[in-house]
Ligand binder design. Sequence first.
Ligand SMILES: Cc1cc2nc3c(=O)[nH]c(=O)nc-3n(C[C@H](O)[C@H](O)[C@H](O)COP(=O)(O)OP(=O)(O)OC[C@H]3O[C@@H](n4cnc5c(N)ncnc54)[C@H](O)[C@@H]3O)c2cc1C
Length: 445
Amino acid sequence: MIGASMLSPELQAFQAEVHEQVKTLVTPGLLFALDRNEIPYPLDFIRAMGDRRLLGVNVRAATGGPGLTIQHDALISEEVGYWGTAAMACARTFTAHVGYVLDRYGSRAIHERYLQPMLAGRAIACQGMTEPTVGSNVAGARTLLKRDGAGYVLNGQKRFIDGAQTADFILAAARLGESDDARTDFVTVCVDTSDPGFLIRDVQCDWHGFRGMGSSWIEFRDVRVGPEQIVGRPGQGWQILMDELLVERVVMTRAQLGGARRALGIASNYAEHRDAFATKLQGQAVIAFKVAECAARLDAAYLLNDRAAALLDHGLGRAATMEVAMAKLLGTEYAWQVADEAIQIIGGMGYTTKYPVERIQRDLRAARLTGGSSEMMKLLVQRGAFRRLHDPDFRDEFVSNELEGSPVWGEALAADEAFHPSRQSVLMPSRPKYVPSEAHDNRRS
Ligand SMILES: Cc1cc2nc3c(=O)[nH]c(=O)nc-3n(C[C@H](O)[C@H](O)[C@H](O)COP(=O)(O)OP(=O)(O)OC[C@H]3O[C@@H](n4cnc5c(N)ncnc54)[C@H](O)[C@@H]3O)c2cc1C
């Protein structure tokens, strides 16, 4: 199977079994109803997944979970992305990343009240990060959790909250308002959606694709929160949010790869059978090369995803931020491109609802924005890349190879030092001052 090349035999067998199980839970009627927003959430599907213990499988056995890995979670979401819709995959993926942080940071009370019912598919979770005035810049969140006697009061608004109409609780990020530094001022809370003051302000599910999640604009209006509803410690919320996003990016991207794999499979099958100018479409090099490019992109994305999942499973956490961002960036961009090319390969029929390809293409568009947009992923990748590229040993070797000994080298250093008189040359910071070589002197005389 495409994408499975680096999986262990155990993981391949696991994925094959999940492939068959998920297939039995998805009907064309469910897919159409979700895509037309006729139902607000794939509730029965999530419950059935809970019955099969296919939710939040990275949650440790000690906390009541199956005790598998993030990679197992990613493979399950991939199969939901393959057979189902992006919304179904997202609803399942919530249980992986919300489950991860509730397991690792939550108290026993949180485990019993929220985590265990969620794993059974009996409590639906949603996640509140984005606000009307704050999207990519999460650190600018304004939702406030104010201390009030023995407890807290929560006020603020969140936008685009998937599943808000159906969810039983929301894992929300808020500020304590005690410091300007997001890294110490954030707090993560579980809020019951039945609590007085939890309000749906507007339903926002008229998406281009990714439908059937009842996404909404919500408000917390003087919601009372007990200390037992805080995940981790007050002030630990930023760390929790960053950990959650790492898991979300890996598992959610894998679901996109499942959708793209399905679209490419349908398109390549179509190309094999469709007559085109005395041969089959597959016999036209331009079409065959499209399939080749899509297959290569998809496999590259799978490899990055395998690596990111393995790094998280090995406990690297935020040390793997760049690798996770690379996997999310290329995974979501390639998945969408592959689905778009699948429509092109099929032609006009690809643009109809006869095949699920046009729906998959609309669905996959969303992940280039959610969980940190592609632009945000590039910011994370460049930060990690520059850090590594500025390693003194690496830079020294690079500069020496490229410039040292060339006729312009002395001039470049002199100009650099004149421009930065107060510090060492930026061209070669760890080297002694330049001594002109014979070759260079000869050239000047
Ligand atoms: C289908 C869908 C489902 C969602 N579900 C949820 C959910 O369940 N929970 C939740 O909390 N949120 C959810 N979101 C919100 C999503 O996380 C945000 O849309 C995303 O973080 C981007 O924020 P924004 O839309 O406010 O765009 P903005 O942050 O305003 O950005 C607009 C554009 O500018 C770019 N940009 C912004 N800053 C920079 C910069 N510094 N450098 C370069 N480019 C920049 C962005 O990449 C984007 O392309 C969902 C969104 C969608 C579309």
